[in-house]
Design a protein around this ligand. Structure first.
Ligand code: PXL
Length: 271
């Protein structure tokens, strides 16, 4: 059994965070493990406004011991970290655990909002975690924060940001443009390995309420790496996976429509 881990927040609504990660790992036939950094809840009385409850440092460390000591995890991803100690501990366990297949999803926002949840953490994430990442998977907002490129509304600007993020240490940068590039007719993401750019496009599935697409994509990339795929193949398959998952999305309530990772079973893309 191939083991894979996520270091991420729990999304009580089930569409994003470690819930999305574990569902995705399952679809890839892997054994998923999880260290919970925080618990995110959504308030039905306040238009589904998010609240975040960090898990304390001792409890997070104990989970990381469980996950990374002696079970042979071959790949990991991190998602919403929320605190400085979560950034430090992630750095420490990924590096001392010798986890080469590490996917850094530098989660700074929820549901494509434009206000960073923990702006004070952005520099720490960049300095501590980008150099460990085999693949970093920022969305457009996060790419702007990590690169300092203020406006990313074209593929050329995505490339400029990818170069800067690569120079900060990520071995590969996958910018998730998704549906968010102005005027997008396709869901366009960009992979940069320090030498060449690959533009990956898929049919656009655009709704205002899509929830968890970024988490699912980065989990699928980590899962592909765990199965021994190259970075390019893992990213391409992840793109198919998320397109399939979003195609199966549904209304959880009037605020969010999570993807459905199990939609993939209809096509069994491993065959
Ligand atoms: O989609 C970003 C995200 C990541 N992690 C957790 C979340 C969310 C958004 O809701 O709750 C735990």
């Amino acid at each position: 059994m191939i083991k894979i881990a996520t270091i991420a927040g729990s999304d009580a609504s089930g569409g994003a965070g470690l819930e999305a990660d574990l569902k995705t790992f399952e679809e890839y036939g892997l054994y998923g493990m999880a260290a919970v950094t925080l618990i995110a809840t959504m308030d039905p009385e306040k238009n589904w406004a998010h609240n975040v409850f960090p898990v304390d440092e001792k409890a997070l460390k104990a989970q990381l011991e469980t996950v990374f000591k002696g079970v042979g995890v071959v790949a990991a991803k991190s998602g919403m970290l929320g605190t400085f100690y979560a950034v430090e501990l992630t750095h420490s366990y990924i590096s001392s655990g010798g986890i080469k297949n590490y996917v850094l999803d530098p989660v700074m926002v929820c549901k494509g909002n434009d206000e960073a949840l923990n702006p004070e953490l952005n520099t720490a994430i960049a300095e501590k975690l980008l150099p460990l990442a085999l693949v970093a998977t920022p969305n457009l907002f996060e790419a702007r924060q990590l690169s300092g490129v203020k406006d990313i509304s074209t593929i050329e600007q995505m490339k400029e940001a990818a170069r800067v993020i690569f120079d900060k240490g990520a071995a590969n940068v996958f910018i998730k443009g998704g549906s968010k590039l102005p005027g997008a007719e396709k869901a366009a993401d960009l992979l940069y390995d320090g030498k060449s750019f690959e533009l990956l496009e898929a049919p656009l599935i655009k709704t205002d309420w899509t929830h968890g697409a970024g988490c699912t994509t980065s989990a699928a990339i980590a899962a592909g790496l765990a199965r021994g795929l190259s970075v390019y193949d893992a990213v391409s398959l992840a793109k198919k996976f998320i397109t399939q998952s979003l195609g199966g999305s549904f209304a959880l309530n009037k605020w969010v429509g999570p993807g459905n990772p199990s939609s993939w079973r209809k096509e069994n893309l491993f065959k």
